[in-house]
Design a binder for this molecule. Structure first.
Ligand SMILES: NC(=O)c1ccc[n+]([C@@H]2O[C@H](COP(=O)([O-])OP(=O)(O)OC[C@H]3O[C@@H](n4cnc5c(N)ncnc54)[C@H](OP(=O)(O)O)[C@@H]3O)[C@@H](O)[C@H]2O)c1
Length: 335
């Protein structure tokens, strides 16, 4: 099978399209023919050239997982003995947060992995939305906000941000989305009650306070946002911060009992629940993919380069099926 293989750490140039052994489903496993996947910030982090703590589990000297890709959507091609939930021909989507492996034509996962039958009427490209939603939902859940309470989402135009706006609205939370001018219409369309253009004004000076402030893009700090919080308000970020301050502040908050800063980490044990939750939200018309660009698998290195600009809007999709099979001309990015 064709796969994007990364055998060493480095720039996007280290990602090679190669033939790799096609997996076969053992008992209890499902073989998926992958049609769509994404390049996300996690894939970039797993491949990055400069050493980081990520290498403690990604592999000290070279990557342990040579085929990356967490989000997938495709068709079940075969099932192993004893599988009852899925059958060949099912269109499925989901998340592979432990073994990755979706940057390839085939992916084999246990039947009880984080996957579900795709909602009717949703295309493969529109179904590869789970990674951002998983991070977003992990944070939203940790805020413990009730319907009618308020959240400010900073960086609401990225994969996590666009998911957070939609999921917060699904939970009945009042959303103020902070984005650049070019994304104002987008976040209004996703359901944001209020928007703030961070390129036109200092968002920390707005005349309102919130039950939660969520830095969905990891570009601000608790100290910068403190005055936006109500007395019991909570701050969370998706990023460690330049001095690793976000997890440290969260630990300090827990020790002192103030709970002003939290740093929740997504758990693979909860990934299946988020896939099923997303399916329900998509069926209810409350969640949709925000697709920035699509690339064929052969151009995945270009997709990495684009994602690493940190300028993408929503997700960047990789079409794994060859153009002829997919019936589309995918000779370059679809901006
Ligand atoms: N360590 C990991 O494995 C991991 C995994 C997933 C995510 N994360 C972290 O989670 C964060 C978000 O990930 P993501 O995939 O959602 O990000 P993303 O999609 O790459 O975010 C890009 C978006 O953020 C906006 N943006 C860029 N700079 C901004 C700024 N200074 N203020 C506000 N918005 C800004 C960009 O639009 P404009 O530039 O036009 O505003 C763009 O729409 C990142 O910090 C990432 O490191 C980490």
């Amino acid at each position: 099978m064709r796969a994007a293989v990364t055998t060493r750490y480095g720039s996007p140039d280290v990602v090679e399209i190669r033939q790799a052994p096609k997996p076969g489903p053992a008992a209890g496993e499902v073989l998926i023919r992958v049609h769509g996947t994404t390049v996300g910030r996690t894939d970039c982090g797993m491949r990055q050239p400069s050493p980081s703590f990520v290498r403690l589990f990604a592999g000290l000297l070279r990557p342990r997982r040579t085929i990356l890709g967490m989000d997938f959507a495709g068709e079940v091609e075969a099932v192993g003995a004893g599988v009852t939930t899925f059958k060949p021909g099912n269109r499925v989507f989901g998340l592979s947060p432990v073994v990755f492996g979706a940057h390839a034509e085939y992916l084999c996962l246990p039947e009880d992995a984080a996957m579900a039958v795709m909602p009717a009427g949703v295309g493969f490209s529109e179904a590869v939305v789970c990674e951002g939603a998983w991070y977003a939902d992990t944070n939203l859940e940790a805020f413990h906000l009730k319907p009618g309470q308020s959240i400010l989402i900073y960086g609401a135009s990225g994969a996590i941000g666009t998911a957070a706006v939609q999921l917060a609205k699904a939970y009945g939370i009042k959303v103020t989305a902070v984005v650049a001018t070019r994304h104002l219409e987008l976040v209004r369309g996703l359901g944001a009650d209020h928007t703030v253009d961070y390129s036109a004004q200092d968002f920390t000076k707005i005349d309102e306070t919130f039950d939660g402030v969520f830095d969905a893009v990891g570009k601000t700090t608790f100290f910068h946002c403190r005055r936006l919080l109500k007395p019991e308000g909570v701050f969370a970020s998706t990023d460690l911060g330049p001095w690793c301050q976000n997890p440290l502040l969260a630990i300090w908050s827990a020790i002192t009992g103030s709970h002003r800063v939290i740093f929740p980490l997504p758990q693979s044990s909860k990934a299946k629940a988020i896939v099923e939750f997303l399916k329900a939200r998509m069926e209810a018309g409350e969640f949709r993919a925000v697709i920035d660009r699509e690339y064929p698998l052969e151009a995945i290195a270009d997709a990495y380069r684009y994602v690493e600009t940190e300028q993408k809007t929503g997700i960047v999709v990789i079409n794994v099926r060859p153009a002829s099979a997919a019936g589309r001309d995918l000779t370059g990015p679809l901006a």
